[in-house]
Design a protein around this ligand. Structure first.
Ligand code: ADP
Ligand code: ZN
Length: 216
């Protein structure tokens, strides 16, 4: 079983949705840098205040900050049984720092799951996305409705629209994805770790495909 996993793909490709499914099925620790930043913003910690401006505009939080955050989380004892990195790494310095860290703590990456998705679909998904304020679970106002409008199926928390889920910020985020994150696909392909899946197949089919691949 492959258990130390990176999830990659553009914003809206379905990393968060897949992460929640895999986490339940295989008892992996879900490490979402986006969720960590949003929690810090909600609590208005120093980290939150620093990250807020970058995130709302769609820019990346500086590498030193993000790398420090992931180092601390990934070194915790609960990650020994396996983890899902969702939204990290997003830049080459982040990927290099991660390789160094995972070697040091003997938790090397087994696979990079890349989700392919076309641009029109990304825009459609992001503009209808709603997220649970409590647990971060993602929904869509048309294609992934909660059982009760505005309420999270998993924890009963209120659903809201992220500040950065607007057309303006999305353009900026996609720009960062293409120039900084997409090149990492080559980095991981060269290491023999990259495995791509089409995220347009629907969330259940995608989950089945990825699960059977991980169990191999
Ligand atoms: P999405 O995948 O939908 O763009 P995330 O929740 O993963 O959203 O991230 C939201 C925002 O948090 C990003 O646009 C960025 O500002 C910040 N962020 C998350 N992860 C990183 C990272 N690895 N490096 C820099 N900034 C990050
Ligand atoms: Zn919830």
């Amino acid at each position: 079983m492959k258990k130390n996993i990176i999830l990659m793909g553009p914003p809206g490709a379905g990393k968060g949705t897949l992460a929640k499914q895999l986490k339940e099925a295989f008892h992996l620790v879900h490490i979402s840098t986006g969720d960590m930043f949003r929690d810090a913003i909600k609590a208005q910690t120093e980290l939150g205040k620093l990250a807020q401006g970058y995130i709302n505009e769609g820019h990346l939080v500086p590498d030193e900050v993000t790398i420090g955050l992931v180092k601390e989380r990934l070194s915790q004892p609960d990650c020994a049984e396996g983890f899902l990195l969702d939204g990290f790494p997003r830049t080459l310095p982040q990927a290099e720092a991660l390789s160094k860290l995972t070697k040091e703590i003997s938790r090397e990456i087994d696979v990079v799951i890349n989700l392919d998705c076309d641009n029109d679909e990304l825009v459609r998904r992001i503009s209808g996305r709603r997220v649970c304020k409590n647990c971060g679970a993602p929904y869509h106002i048309i294609t992934m409705k909660p059982k009760v409008e505005g309420v999270c199926d998993l924890c009963g928390g209120p659903l809201y629209q992220r500040k950065d889920d607007n057309e303006e910020s999305l353009k900026v985020r996609l720009g960062h994805y293409v120039s900084e994150t997409k090149p990492l696909l080559d980095y991981y392909a060269n290491l023999g770790l990259l495995e791509s899946f089409n995220s347009l197949t629907g969330k259940e089919a995608l989950f089945d495909e990825v699960s059977s691949y991980l169990k191999k």
